[in-house]
Design a protein around this ligand. Structure first.
Ligand code: SF4
Length: 333
């Protein structure tokens, strides 16, 4: 484990039984996240990215591999032994409405974790609730209202406040803005970025939208059918993708300039992702890859370093050709 690594996940595998078969949702994934870093995990639905996040916070048990958090191996801790770590790792989800009890006022929603985990003395709970609301840009009066009295963006702010209540070190945001209007998405991403700096958090942002993850992350990992296919510094992955799948995701991202958008070439992938129940042989991407060769069908490419800190799993890394990307950053990471 490196010096300032907060989270060190190695060879993580997570399987689910579906009927008489096993689905490998996360297959041998290794990721280390440095303290203070914002790490992005990108992939289509079914790529295993959410299962990865849920397993890190131990909502799922890993089938193999190790999860080391702040120097402690938490992979196999019992629920009881895991309890002290749960406050250090918080997760927010796509649908804030589903995760906020509609029958509780916001004051009660925020006070509950403060009370359970004894974050502040009882006499200071009300003051702390107000400061949490302020931290996420909500007025103190919001405390007296119910979740259904707020917009989706405001509810996500309340979810973030609740996550902050227990003073976590690691915040995992799983599709934090995909249920929100486009006009609100940048505001919530900016808020995540802001609270990350102010509260000294380490953050993992999980999303299907590479353009969105690009806004706030230091490094990005791209997942396909349970495996990481590319991992590296955000600017390198976005402006110099080495893996054909990353290049395809980028080429599907609309660019703001309509002239560029009209004239640029897209990488069109064949078909839908195969089922994780029976992933293709060799390179799992070979059934859709525009530059696949015979070797790709038989031999799985290992994740290897293309340049320092930039890992790619492809026999023909970097050969997909340039992708025209024009992504302005609306949030300063
Ligand atoms: Fe495409 Fe082959 Fe690279 Fe897989 S290994 S991404 S099929 S070129």
């Amino acid at each position: 484990m490196k010096g300032d690594t907060l989270l060190d996940v190695s060879d993580l595998t997570v399987r689910f039984k579906t009927g008489r078969r096993f689905l490998t949702a996360v297959d041998n994934v290794s990721v280390d996240v440095t303290r203070g870093e914002t790490f992005g995990l990108v992939g289509e639905s079914g790529s295993g990215k959410s299962t990865f996040g849920l397993t890190v916070v131990r909502a799922h048990a890993p089938d193999a591999g190790r999860i080391v958090f702040d120097g402690t191996d938490i992979s196999n801790l019992s629920d009881k032994d895991m309890r002290p770590y749960r406050t250090h790792m918080q997760m927010i989800f796509q649908d804030p409405y589903a995760s906020l009890d509609p029958h509780m006022k916001v004051s009660a929603i925020l006070a509950e974790p403060l009370r359970i985990h004894k974050i502040v003395p009882r006499s200071e709970i009300s003051e702390k609730v107000t400061s949490l609301l302020e931290a996420v840009g909500m007025p103190a009066e919001a405390a007296d209202r119910f979740p259904n009295q707020f917009s989706g963006g405001q509810r996500q702010r309340i979810s973030i406040a609740r996550a902050l209540a227990v003073e976590p070190e690691l915040l995992i945001a799983d599709e934090p803005v995909s249920a929100l209007d486009v006009s609100i998405q940048a505001q919530v991403m900016a808020l995540l970025n802001d609270v990350k700096s102010r509260f000294g958090l380490t953050t993992i942002v999980i999303a299907h939208d590479l353009a969105l993850v690009y806004q706030v992350t230091d490094r990005i990992a791209v997942m396909y059918l349970g495996q990481i296919v590319e991992l590296g510094p955000t600017a390198e992955v976005v402006f110099g993708p080495q893996h054909p799948y990353t290049a395809a995701l980028l080429s599907a991202t609309p660019v703001p300039d309509p002239d560029v958008e009209r004239s640029r070439e897209r990488i069109v992938l064949r078909g839908e992702p195969p089922s994780a129940l029976s992933p293709p042989s060799g390179c799992r991407f070979h059934t859709r890859c525009p530059i696949a060769q015979d070797v790709c069908r038989d031999t799985a490419p290992p994740l290897t370093e293309a340049s320092q800190g930039h890992l790619v799993a492809c026999h023909f890394a970097g050969q997909i050709g340039p992708v025209s990307v024009d992504l302005p950053r609306s949030v300063d990471p």
